[in-house]
Design a protein around this ligand. Sequence first.
Ligand code: CA
Ligand code: CA
Length: 261
Amino acid sequence: MKRSRMLVVVLALLLMTLIPVLASAQSPEKTGSFIIRNRNAPGNPLAGAGIAKATQQLDTAKPVPQAALPSGVAQLLGPAPNTRVGTLLNYKEGFEQVWPFFPEWVSYDADGPYNGEYCWGQNDFISFKGDMSIWPAAGCWDGVDPTYYYYPNDTNSWTDYVMSTMGARKANVNFRYWNQSEYGWDYFYWCASVDYWTWYCDYHTGDTGKWRKGRIDLRNVPGYGSMLNEPAVFIAFGFTSDSIITDDGPFVDDVRFLLWD
Ligand SMILES: [Ca+2]
Ligand SMILES: [Ca+2]
Protein backbone atom coordinates (compact mmCIF):
# COMPACT_ATOMS: atom_id res chain seq x y z
CA MET A 1 0.00 0.00 0.00
CA LYS A 2 2.75 2.37 0.99
CA ARG A 3 4.78 1.43 -2.05
CA SER A 4 1.91 2.02 -4.48
CA ARG A 5 1.20 5.43 -2.88
CA MET A 6 4.89 6.24 -3.32
CA LEU A 7 4.61 5.25 -6.97
CA VAL A 8 1.68 7.64 -7.44
CA VAL A 9 3.66 10.47 -5.85
CA VAL A 10 6.70 9.73 -8.03
CA LEU A 11 4.51 9.62 -11.16
CA ALA A 12 2.81 12.90 -10.19
CA LEU A 13 6.20 14.57 -9.66
CA LEU A 14 7.42 13.23 -12.98
CA LEU A 15 4.34 14.64 -14.74
CA MET A 16 4.83 18.03 -13.06
CA THR A 17 8.43 18.23 -14.29
CA LEU A 18 7.22 17.30 -17.80
CA ILE A 19 4.60 20.07 -18.01
CA PRO A 20 7.05 22.94 -18.64
CA VAL A 21 8.93 20.78 -21.16
CA LEU A 22 5.72 20.10 -23.06
CA ALA A 23 4.65 23.72 -22.84
CA SER A 24 7.94 24.97 -24.23
CA ALA A 25 7.86 22.49 -27.14
CA GLN A 26 7.80 24.35 -30.44
CA SER A 27 4.35 24.91 -31.86
CA PRO A 28 3.91 23.37 -35.28
CA GLU A 29 3.69 25.59 -38.33
CA LYS A 30 3.76 25.18 -42.09
CA THR A 31 3.83 27.23 -45.29
CA GLY A 32 3.07 26.20 -48.85
CA SER A 33 1.36 27.16 -52.10
CA PHE A 34 -2.27 26.70 -53.03
CA ILE A 35 -4.53 27.68 -55.96
CA ILE A 36 -8.02 28.95 -55.17
CA ARG A 37 -10.49 28.91 -58.05
CA ASN A 38 -13.66 31.00 -58.11
CA ARG A 39 -13.03 32.22 -54.60
CA ASN A 40 -16.15 34.33 -54.20
CA ALA A 41 -18.76 32.19 -55.91
CA PRO A 42 -21.83 31.55 -53.73
CA GLY A 43 -21.86 27.92 -52.68
CA ASN A 44 -18.26 27.46 -53.75
CA PRO A 45 -17.06 24.33 -51.92
CA LEU A 46 -13.71 26.11 -51.72
CA ALA A 47 -15.03 28.95 -49.59
CA GLY A 48 -14.22 29.57 -45.96
CA ALA A 49 -13.81 26.32 -44.08
CA GLY A 50 -13.90 24.57 -47.44
CA ILE A 51 -10.69 26.29 -48.49
CA ALA A 52 -9.09 25.35 -45.20
CA LYS A 53 -10.12 21.70 -45.65
CA ALA A 54 -9.02 21.59 -49.28
CA THR A 55 -5.65 23.04 -48.26
CA GLN A 56 -5.33 20.36 -45.63
CA GLN A 57 -6.18 17.64 -48.16
CA LEU A 58 -3.61 19.11 -50.53
CA ASP A 59 -0.97 18.70 -47.86
CA THR A 60 -1.60 14.97 -47.67
CA ALA A 61 -2.03 14.53 -51.43
CA LYS A 62 0.70 13.31 -53.76
CA PRO A 63 2.70 16.17 -55.25
CA VAL A 64 1.41 17.06 -58.72
CA PRO A 65 4.00 18.40 -61.16
CA GLN A 66 3.26 22.07 -61.84
CA ALA A 67 2.83 23.20 -65.42
CA ALA A 68 5.93 24.76 -66.89
CA LEU A 69 5.96 28.42 -66.02
CA PRO A 70 5.48 30.70 -69.02
CA SER A 71 8.72 32.46 -69.90
CA GLY A 72 8.27 35.88 -68.35
CA VAL A 73 9.26 39.18 -69.85
CA ALA A 74 11.73 39.51 -67.01
CA GLN A 75 13.62 36.44 -68.20
CA LEU A 76 14.02 37.96 -71.67
CA LEU A 77 15.21 41.25 -70.27
CA GLY A 78 17.55 39.77 -67.70
CA PRO A 79 17.92 40.90 -64.10
CA ALA A 80 16.84 44.46 -63.40
CA PRO A 81 19.27 46.81 -61.67
CA ASN A 82 18.52 46.86 -57.98
CA THR A 83 19.77 50.34 -57.19
CA ARG A 84 16.56 52.33 -57.80
CA VAL A 85 13.69 51.84 -55.39
CA GLY A 86 10.32 51.31 -57.05
CA THR A 87 10.64 53.58 -60.07
CA LEU A 88 7.03 52.94 -61.19
CA LEU A 89 5.40 52.46 -57.83
CA ASN A 90 6.69 52.74 -54.29
CA TYR A 91 3.66 52.54 -52.08
CA LYS A 92 4.00 51.68 -48.42
CA GLU A 93 0.94 50.89 -46.31
CA GLY A 94 1.41 50.79 -42.56
CA PHE A 95 -2.34 51.03 -41.74
CA GLU A 96 -1.77 54.07 -39.55
CA GLN A 97 -4.32 56.21 -41.46
CA VAL A 98 -7.94 55.40 -42.25
CA TRP A 99 -8.07 52.07 -44.10
CA PRO A 100 -9.39 50.54 -46.34
CA PHE A 101 -9.93 53.24 -48.94
CA PHE A 102 -11.56 52.85 -52.33
CA PRO A 103 -11.00 52.08 -55.11
CA GLU A 104 -7.59 50.43 -54.59
CA TRP A 105 -8.45 48.45 -51.48
CA VAL A 106 -11.52 46.41 -50.59
CA SER A 107 -12.08 44.40 -47.43
CA TYR A 108 -14.99 42.01 -47.10
CA ASP A 109 -16.45 38.80 -45.71
CA ALA A 110 -16.59 36.39 -48.67
CA ASP A 111 -19.66 34.61 -47.29
CA GLY A 112 -21.42 37.80 -46.24
CA PRO A 113 -23.44 37.87 -43.03
CA TYR A 114 -23.41 34.03 -42.70
CA ASN A 115 -21.81 33.22 -39.31
CA GLY A 116 -21.40 36.95 -38.68
CA GLU A 117 -19.93 39.55 -41.00
CA TYR A 118 -16.19 39.92 -40.34
CA CYS A 119 -13.47 41.34 -42.54
CA TRP A 120 -9.95 42.75 -42.31
CA GLY A 121 -9.77 45.92 -40.31
CA GLN A 122 -7.31 48.03 -38.37
CA ASN A 123 -6.35 47.24 -34.79
CA ASP A 124 -3.76 48.38 -32.26
CA PHE A 125 -3.31 45.02 -30.49
CA ILE A 126 0.06 44.40 -32.11
CA SER A 127 1.92 46.09 -34.95
CA PHE A 128 5.25 45.72 -36.68
CA LYS A 129 5.67 49.49 -37.10
CA GLY A 130 3.69 52.39 -35.72
CA ASP A 131 0.56 51.62 -33.70
CA MET A 132 -1.69 49.76 -36.12
CA SER A 133 -1.85 46.59 -38.22
CA ILE A 134 -4.72 44.74 -39.89
CA TRP A 135 -6.49 41.63 -38.63
CA PRO A 136 -9.15 39.54 -40.44
CA ALA A 137 -12.00 39.96 -37.94
CA ALA A 138 -11.58 43.61 -36.90
CA GLY A 139 -13.69 45.07 -39.72
CA CYS A 140 -17.24 44.96 -41.14
CA TRP A 141 -20.56 44.78 -39.30
CA ASP A 142 -19.59 42.23 -36.60
CA GLY A 143 -15.92 43.25 -36.33
CA VAL A 144 -14.28 42.72 -32.92
CA ASP A 145 -11.11 43.89 -31.16
CA PRO A 146 -8.32 41.25 -31.08
CA THR A 147 -7.33 42.58 -27.65
CA TYR A 148 -10.43 40.85 -26.30
CA TYR A 149 -11.38 38.26 -28.91
CA TYR A 150 -9.91 35.39 -30.92
CA TYR A 151 -10.88 35.13 -34.57
CA PRO A 152 -14.31 33.55 -35.09
CA ASN A 153 -15.02 30.10 -36.46
CA ASP A 154 -15.88 29.84 -40.18
CA THR A 155 -14.00 33.03 -41.03
CA ASN A 156 -13.73 33.78 -44.75
CA SER A 157 -12.13 37.18 -44.70
CA TRP A 158 -10.31 38.88 -47.59
CA THR A 159 -8.75 42.18 -48.52
CA ASP A 160 -7.79 42.89 -52.12
CA TYR A 161 -5.58 45.57 -53.64
CA VAL A 162 -5.46 46.27 -57.37
CA MET A 163 -2.63 47.76 -59.41
CA SER A 164 -1.26 47.73 -62.94
CA THR A 165 2.07 46.10 -63.74
CA MET A 166 2.27 47.54 -67.29
CA GLY A 167 5.84 48.42 -68.18
CA ALA A 168 7.28 46.81 -65.05
CA ARG A 169 10.34 44.60 -65.31
CA LYS A 170 10.19 43.71 -61.66
CA ALA A 171 7.37 43.88 -59.13
CA ASN A 172 7.32 42.82 -55.49
CA VAL A 173 4.87 43.02 -52.66
CA ASN A 174 6.75 42.85 -49.36
CA PHE A 175 4.99 42.66 -46.03
CA ARG A 176 5.28 41.49 -42.45
CA TYR A 177 2.98 38.99 -40.80
CA TRP A 178 2.52 37.46 -37.38
CA ASN A 179 0.26 34.42 -37.24
CA GLN A 180 -1.05 32.12 -34.56
CA SER A 181 -3.82 29.98 -36.06
CA GLU A 182 -5.05 26.44 -35.48
CA TYR A 183 -2.41 24.32 -37.17
CA GLY A 184 -3.64 22.46 -40.25
CA TRP A 185 -7.17 23.90 -40.15
CA ASP A 186 -7.03 27.71 -40.07
CA TYR A 187 -5.03 29.39 -42.83
CA PHE A 188 -3.56 32.80 -43.60
CA TYR A 189 -3.10 33.43 -47.35
CA TRP A 190 -1.28 35.92 -49.54
CA CYS A 191 -2.33 35.69 -53.16
CA ALA A 192 -2.10 37.20 -56.63
CA SER A 193 -4.56 37.04 -59.53
CA VAL A 194 -4.92 38.58 -62.99
CA ASP A 195 -8.61 37.74 -63.48
CA TYR A 196 -10.06 37.95 -59.95
CA TRP A 197 -11.13 34.34 -60.43
CA THR A 198 -8.11 32.12 -60.00
CA TRP A 199 -5.84 33.07 -57.12
CA TYR A 200 -2.27 31.84 -56.72
CA CYS A 201 -1.58 31.79 -53.04
CA ASP A 202 1.00 31.02 -50.42
CA TYR A 203 -0.26 30.12 -46.99
CA HIS A 204 0.82 29.86 -43.38
CA THR A 205 -0.86 27.79 -40.69
CA GLY A 206 0.25 27.44 -37.08
CA ASP A 207 2.44 29.74 -35.05
CA THR A 208 5.12 32.10 -36.40
CA GLY A 209 6.02 33.15 -32.85
CA LYS A 210 7.27 36.51 -34.20
CA TRP A 211 6.87 38.98 -37.07
CA ARG A 212 8.03 37.41 -40.29
CA LYS A 213 8.79 38.72 -43.79
CA GLY A 214 6.41 37.78 -46.59
CA ARG A 215 6.82 38.46 -50.30
CA ILE A 216 4.95 38.08 -53.56
CA ASP A 217 7.34 38.22 -56.51
CA LEU A 218 5.13 39.03 -59.49
CA ARG A 219 7.87 37.94 -61.91
CA ASN A 220 7.45 34.41 -60.70
CA VAL A 221 4.16 33.59 -59.02
CA PRO A 222 4.14 29.90 -57.94
CA GLY A 223 1.90 27.88 -60.28
CA TYR A 224 1.42 30.76 -62.73
CA GLY A 225 4.63 32.53 -63.71
CA SER A 226 4.97 36.20 -64.58
CA MET A 227 2.21 38.70 -63.75
CA LEU A 228 4.18 41.59 -65.25
CA ASN A 229 2.71 43.76 -68.03
CA GLU A 230 -0.85 43.15 -66.89
CA PRO A 231 -3.35 46.04 -66.80
CA ALA A 232 -4.71 44.76 -63.49
CA VAL A 233 -3.06 42.55 -60.92
CA PHE A 234 -4.98 41.78 -57.77
CA ILE A 235 -3.14 41.17 -54.51
CA ALA A 236 -5.07 39.57 -51.65
CA PHE A 237 -4.57 38.79 -47.99
CA GLY A 238 -7.02 36.18 -46.77
CA PHE A 239 -7.88 34.14 -43.74
CA THR A 240 -10.12 31.08 -43.48
CA SER A 241 -10.98 29.07 -40.39
CA ASP A 242 -12.94 25.86 -39.90
CA SER A 243 -15.85 25.38 -37.51
CA ILE A 244 -14.01 24.65 -34.23
CA ILE A 245 -11.00 25.99 -32.25
CA THR A 246 -9.82 29.56 -32.66
CA ASP A 247 -6.72 31.56 -31.73
CA ASP A 248 -5.14 34.99 -32.24
CA GLY A 249 -4.87 34.64 -36.02
CA PRO A 250 -2.83 36.65 -38.52
CA PHE A 251 -1.75 40.29 -38.30
CA VAL A 252 -0.35 42.06 -41.37
CA ASP A 253 1.69 45.28 -41.35
CA ASP A 254 4.21 47.28 -43.35
CA VAL A 255 2.99 46.25 -46.81
CA ARG A 256 5.12 47.66 -49.60
CA PHE A 257 4.26 47.59 -53.30
CA LEU A 258 7.36 48.13 -55.43
CA LEU A 259 7.41 48.25 -59.25
CA TRP A 260 10.52 48.93 -61.33
CA ASP A 261 10.61 49.77 -65.02
CA1 CA B 1 1.50 49.81 -38.73
CA1 CA C 1 -10.29 26.34 -36.30
